[in-house]
Design a protein around this ligand. Structure first.
Ligand code: EPU
Length: 420
């Protein structure tokens, strides 16, 4: 158990260099294992979800080598065990991508129900529907999804809820399937485009990624290649929210402003001054943020993964902010903890109404089982008066690389305390 102890009321300033996208890394690492050749992935962030996925892949017999802090070499030549380990899969949602990998490459998969953030029901029905449509025979037994298919067959599939995970899993499965798979209502997130670029570099034939119709023509096998993961747009938005909450001035380096089109409009509505150049965003926070309204939506709408961080900005804003969460049923798990810090927040089903105060008050708080809810508490601690202790920080480590070190470079005063 570890906690962060934060001395608050600091104004963030300086340059911040983004890591690679967590969610892109998870899907491309699994994609790399589809090949018998060697795939090199660069700009993979050193967070614990990535490390867990690497261990899951190794358990299946995938050769995963870490060549440097952020570089991995992966080959699926030796995949031998089609059974994914419960102990690791239960820790994260992205681990379910091994279902697409195993079905496509081995023709058999036994994968436990995935875990991850407790932010809603997070079913796997739509994944299974897709695999069944491609000819897989699927049973659920003893907490495992057991699937078989001699060779998956391409078909037309409507992706329910425009799900990111379903789009990824079916793209992985379709690459080695017989014939053409068409995904309608596919997710359009930049991470999907990144995955398609990686797979195409390996010899796949994917068209339309980034639009709601993706066509994948199966090939007999995939080859090797090198791919660099895109910068993490959610980390960028997290730092921009921190800058807004602290009235700071920060330049975010190595980012793709285009991936943050809608959030940037909302940051400006909250009073941020923003200037963009090709791979950099300059942000200056106002003396006090203004209230705003947000509705989370699939890309290119406002991302649910930035919703908790913006609740902290709302907690300091002049006026009442409304936040509507439409992707997950319960992503306000941080609300009780923010209340401890003096935020007035009323949650009614999918809507939170937040009345801002000009001072947050540092307090001991516990991270909910949600990476973004946890990081929101860290931001609140940086902005608040006095000391904030954020317990259960392992939750946040799942999605952020060297979090306190990077924020301390901007002037935050955060110390990690190992409680063991
Ligand atoms: N859904 C179902 N059935 C399914 C699949 C999804 O009902 O079979 C529902 C989900 O419960 C949710 C909605 O569909 O209500 C959309 O979920 P989606 O499948 O798009 O989410 P995901 O793939 O599980 C990924 C990210 C999340 C991010 C969401 C939305 C990864 C590993 N995870 O999750 O990231 O919030 O897309 O953009 O890529 C995070 O990074 O903190 C995080 C939670």
């Amino acid at each position: 158990m570890a906690k962060l102890v934060i001395e608050g009321r600091t104004r963030l300033s300086g340059e911040y260099y983004l890591s690679g996208s967590k969610n892109s890394s998870l899907s491309t690492m699994v994609a790399a294992a589809l090949s018998d050749d060697t795939v090199i992935l660069d700009n993979i962030p050193a967070n614990t979800d990535v490390l867990t996925l690497a261990r899951i892949l190794q358990d299946l017999g995938v050769d995963v080598r870490r060549l440097g802090e952020n570089t991995y070499e992966i080959s699926g030549r030796e995949i031998s065990v089609p059974i994914a380990p419960y102990d690791l899969v239960r820790r994260m949602r992205g681990s379910f991508y091994v279902m697409g990998l195993l079905l496509a490459k081995v023709g058999r998969a036994e994968v436990p129900f995935p875990g991850g953030d407790a932010i809603g029901a997070r079913g796997i029905d739509l994944h299974l529907q897709g695999f069944r449509a491609m000819g897989a025979d699927i049973r659920i037994e003893h907490g495992y999804v057991k699937a078989r298919a001699d060779r998956l067959v391409g078909t037309s599939i409507y992706v329910g809820r425009s799900s990111v995970g379903v789009t990824v899993n079916l793209m992985l499965a379709a690459c080695l399937a017989e014939g053409v798979t068409t995904l309608e209502n596919a997710a359009r997130e930049p991470e999907i485009v990144d995955l398609a670029i990686c797979l195409n570099t390996m010899g796949a034939n994917i068209r339309g990624a980034g639009t709601s119709t993706i066509k994948i023509e199966g090939v007999p096998q995939l080859g090797g290649g090198t791919h660099e993961i895109i910068p993490d747009r959610i980390e960028a938005g997290t730092v921009i929210a921190a800058t807004l909450a602290t009235g700071g001035e920060v330049v975010i380096e190595n980012c793709v402003p285009e991936h943050l089109r809608t959030p940037i409009l909302k940051f400006m509505e909250a009073g941020a001054e923003i200037e963009e150049s090709q791979n950099r965003i300059y942000v200056k926070g106002p003396k006090r943020p203004k209230s705003f309204s947000i509705e989370t939506l699939p890309y290119p709408g406002f991302p649910t993964d930035l919703q908790p961080q913006m609740a902290v900005v709302a907690g300091l804003a002049d006026g009442v902010t409304s936040i509507r969460e439409t992707i997950f049923e319960s992503r306000f798990g941080y609300a009780d903890e923010l209340r401890r810090m003096g935020v007035s927040i009323d949650v009614d089903r999918d809507i939170a109404l937040i009345r801002g105060t000009d001072r947050l008050s540092g307090a001991p708080v516990e991270t909910p089982k949600d990476i973004r809810g946890g990081v929101a508490l860290v931001l609140a601690g940086i902005a608040a008066d006095g000391i904030t202790e954020v317990y259960g920080i392992e939750q946040v480590d799942r999605g952020y690389e060297r979090l306190e070190e990077k924020l301390n470079k901007l002037g935050a005063r955060i110390t990690r305390v190992d409680e063991r």
